[in-house]
Design a protein. Structure first.
Ligand code: MG
Length: 234
């Protein structure tokens, strides 16, 4: 760990995707579920748009609507509607198609030991999820360890903007120096939380390159389990 653990800690915010579970396999299974739904209910769409084509369409929508950057649900939903419409279907079918995607998007496989680590941390500090993604913690058994979620989608602004960290602190009733934010993304999580004046812990995955400016001032750990061990040993 490259920084001492904060004293006087009163709450912890946690990123979700790639912090509590790996996101790539989840999105892959959700895109497969979406395509399977289309093959069943709108076969012409499934035939014209394979998973990659649907992904490109989603990217087009994201590019055309930079103001939706905080709302992956809307981008995905609208892109499905466009695919349906292009094949002569009612774009309102996107509701059911997205539901199939979203159900699979929430079949999450946490990293080893994460539910237990969350339980240990939650016994000591209030935990709040802070995410730019659209995972639904209420669908997860370990979601009960969280006081709630501040999502970019609902708040309207995503990380690394300091305002979403300030919203989390408002909800928790803590000052910046009393909050530790934990996440895997150096820019979104660590730089954002630091700009808001919070303590930070970086979950560094093996493939992640350390930032050019170095990691001084941030706790660097390999996993949430390691962080929980260190925080609770102190
Ligand atoms: Mg993340």
């Amino acid at each position: 760990m490259s920084a001492p653990l904060p004293a006087g800690l009163r709450a912890i915010t946690l990123d979700l995707d790639d912090t509590l579970w790996p996101i790539a396999p989840v999105i892959e299974q959700a895109e497969a579920a979406l395509h399977a739904w289309l093959a069943r209910h709108a076969p012409a769409v499934a035939e014209r748009f394979d998973t990659e084509a649907l992904r490109l369409l989603r990217d087009d929508v994201a590019r055309d609507h930079p103001d939706w950057a905080h709302d992956f649900t809307r981008i995905r939903h609208v892109s499905i509607g466009i695919a349906l419409q292009r094949c002569g279907h009612d774009p309102l079918m996107a509701d059911a198609a997205f539901a199939a995607f979203f159900e699979a998007r929430n079949m999450l496989q946490p990293y080893p030991g994460v539910p237990e680590a969350l339980a240990r941390l939650a016994a000591r500090w209030p935990l709040l999820a802070l995410t730019n993604g659209n995972a639904d913690l209420s669908r997860q058994p370990f979601g009960r360890h969280f006081r709630g979620t501040v999502s970019a989608r609902e708040f309207g602004i995503g990380k690394p903007d300091v305002r979403i960290f300030q919203e989390a602190m408002r909800r928790l009733g803590v000052a910046p120096h009393e909050l530790l934010h934990v996440g895997d993304d150096w820019l979104l999580d660590v730089q954002g939380a630091r700009a808001a004046g919070c303590h930070t812990a970086w979950i560094r995955h093996p493939h992640a390159q350390p930032p050019a400016q170095g990691t001084a001032g941030t706790c660097v750990v390999g996993s949430l389990v390691e962080l929980a061990d260190r925080l609770l040993a102190g």
